[in-house]
Design a binder for this molecule. Structure first.
Ligand code: ADX
Length: 628
């Protein structure tokens, strides 16, 4: 039997048939003993009621109350060898209050709508619940098609309307499927009434739209980024113990750990537990205390991660929030923001700047302005870490939600003078490109200091130059001795550095040049802004990877030595974050690849992007230098 399953969250009003659908799936495909089904059937008969799928679910709930453990909020079933776990997400406030405690781990959600009644405020509420749970992909089920006479026009009407709503919420509508849960129609196969429907029935559609993940795959869980929330630091005699709970990934003695937001680093010497036992690996859910090689000063609230997979740090975040208090949200009030074990004062601002009244149970997109930087992860399909939060007053929890993204100051927003009129009509990029006989583009390298960005940039520049390309390297150190000489290494200065490099890249790109930018660019947010400035089509992110130990042993400029000796603060990878790109165009490991092989991979990538060297006056391209 496969050890994989597909996790799906299901939302929708009970009256719209969510229970009927869950009951039906449990009855038809669940691993429920026949005798249990028979028992329920008999009870129904004795009471003179017909066995309806929803009732079947209720009967289980009753049994559950009597101590038989069938959890109706997590329905397991199997269809054609595919295992499913449907997680029921109720719409009530109690459930939503608890949601910050754990992630569903589901990427896809099912939204059940009564096709007869159509979309109501409840439907939109359920859609927003999916949003807040970080479930971005939705399969909509239009139920009770039997009741609405299997009318195609009615279905299309509901489908068009719901697709628009899903998009407006920033989610993806994977499919809209007409069904009758009561009759079990179009779950596995179409039926006569729905012969006009061209799509897949619900279960094959779910197989097609979702990916199976291994159940209890310890290795996979270990591959998740480490996130440990620090609860306390205990001192016994001379030693400090850093106690907390692991909410993602795993940790073992010998691991190098990074504390955010303080930026402190150390190595784990041992994992201590109470009562004491010999623990060589602590995983998600474990509460442990770390004994570290160094006695570092950090406080409750910090997040422990690996140095190459740090959480983000910012004091402004964008979030989806549900208000959970009878007192409406007060936009002028100061609240307490809690993320993991971090607590910080904050104010809320509506993302759309429309300060409307937000009452109990209302959803709203907000910008959270915290008084000091906090660490967090973004809520996404694989929501692994510190991506949920609660908002409190001194007395109670008043809201909870998911962190969606960082706020980015738009380039226009950063403009000081309002009296600027942008000129147009200059020689166009295509004209430059036509003259030079090749296209321009930007190769944006990112990686730790000492990873080999500058070395690779020089070798690549040579090869491209020999092949006849116009090429320009923008090297971090060199720019910082000129155009960026006023900047340091605090997050704000790095952001400004990267903004300038991005604008320089864009200017050069407009002359049809191949731009090679070689800056650490450690923050994902800054690289994202660079991508926006340059344009996604021309922004090729190259992750020049190298284990920090190797960078440290290379230490070409002696900076690692200085940083570990305490002479440099904010040093990327040591006492300042390096956030590796999650989806780079190329990842080159400079600790295992030769420079030639790295250049070859970049050239091969450019070739697949349709970038060719120019034809020279004698009619040949600079192919020799160009071919990988
Ligand atoms: S970035 O973070 O803003 O992209 P950039 O690439 O321009 O950095 O500059 C990094 C270079 O500055 C490094 O190669 C290193 O030589 C030097 N440097 C000096 N201090 C630091 C520091 N605190 N962190 C990182 N690099 C530093």
């Amino acid at each position: 039997m496969t050890n994989e399953q597909r996790k799906i969250v299901i939302v929708g009003h009970v009256d719209h048939g969510k229970s009927t659908l869950l009951g039906r799936l449990l009855m038809d495909f669940g691993k429920v003993p026949q005798q249990t089904i028979e028992k329920v059937r008999k009870v129904c008969e004795s009471r003179g009621v017909q066995l309806e799928p929803a009732f079947f679910l209720d009967a289980f709930q009753e049994e559950q109350e009597q101590g038989i453990s069938i959890d109706t909020t997590r329905v397991n079933f199997e269809f054609e060898g595919h295992r499913f776990l449907l997680i029921d997400a109720p719409g009530h406030l109690e459930f939503l209050k608890n949601m910050t405690s754990g992630a569903s781990g589901a990427e896809t959600g099912i939204l059940v709508i009564d096709g007869h009644e159509g979309i109501g405020s409840q439907t939109l509420r359920h859609l927003k619940i999916l949003g807040i749970l970080g479930v971005g992909r939705v399969v909509v089920v239009v139920n009770k098609m039997d009741k609405s006479g299997y009318k195609q026009a009615r279905f299309e009407e509901v489908a068009t309307e719901i697709r628009a709503h899903v998009e407006r919420e920033g989610q993806t509508c994977l499919a809209v499927v007409p069904i009758s849960a009561l009759k079990g129609e179009n779950l596995t196969a179409s039926c006569e009434g729905l012969s006009w429907y061209a799509g897949l029935p619900l279960l094959p559609q779910l197989v097609a739209s979702t990916t199976a993940v291994a159940v209890d795959d310890v290795e996979a869980a270990n591959r998740e980024p480490l996130r440990m929330v620090l609860q306390d630091v205990y001192r016994f005699t001379d030693e400090r113990f850093y106690a907390g709970r692991i909410i993602s990934g795993s940790i073992a003695p010998g691991a190098r750990v990074f504390f955010s937001p303080s930026g402190k680093v150390s190595t784990v010497e041992a994992l201590e537990t109470f009562p004491p036992r010999d623990l060589q690996l602590a995983v998600k859910g474990d509460s442990v205390a770390l004994r570290l090689k160094d006695q570092i000063f950090v406080e409750r609230g910090e997040i422990v991660s690996l140095p190459e997979q740090t959480p983000e740090v910012n004091n402004e975040l964008q979030a989806k929030l549900i208000w959970l208090n009878s007192e409406p949200l007060d936009w002028a009030q100061e609240y307490l923001l809690k993320v993991g074990t971090q607590e910080v004062s904050c104010r809320l601002e509506p993302s759309n700047m429309v300060f409307q009244q937000i009452g109990n149970g209302d959803f709203v997109d907000v910008i959270i302005k915290a008084q000091k930087p906090i660490c967090f992860d973004r809520s996404n399909s694989r929501n692994f870490g510190v991506d949920k939060f609660v908002i409190c007053t001194t007395f109670e929890t008043v809201a909870c939600g998911s962190i969606m993204a960082l706020t980015t100051a738009t380039p226009q927003g950063a403009q000081k003078s309002k009296n600027i009129v942008v000129e147009s009509g200059f020689v166009k990029r295509e004209e430059h490109e036509n003259r030079h006989g090749h296209k321009g583009t930007v190769l944006w390298m990112t990686g730790l200091s000492g990873a080999g960005k500058s070395t690779l940039a020089k070798a690549l520049e040579r090869r491209l130059f020999a092949a006849g390309f116009r090429v320009q390297v923008l090297d971090g150190d060199n720019l910082r001795s000129g155009i960026c000489a006023d900047l340091g290494f605090e997050p704000e200065d790095r952001a400004e550095n990267i903004r300038r490099v991005a604008h320089l890249s864009k200017l050069l790109l407009n002359t049809g040049t191949i731009v090679i930018s070689a800056c650490i660019s450690p923050y994902e947010k800054d690289r994202r802004i660079a991508k926006e400035i340059i344009g996604a089509e021309d922004f090729h992110e190259l992750f020049i990877f190298c284990p920090i130990e190797v960078c440290q042993s290379r230490d070409p400029k002696g900076l690692y030595k200085k940083a570990t000796g305490g002479q440099i603060s904010d040093f990327s990878g040591l006492n300042a974050p390096y956030q590796p790109p999650s989806n780079p165009k190329l990842r080159l490991d400079s600790s295992t690849m030769s420079i030639e092989a790295e250049v070859d991979s970049i050239i091969a990538m450019l070739q697949t992007e349709g970038i060719k060297p120019p034809v020279t006056a004698v009619g040949a391209r600079g192919e020799l230098a160009w071919k990988p």
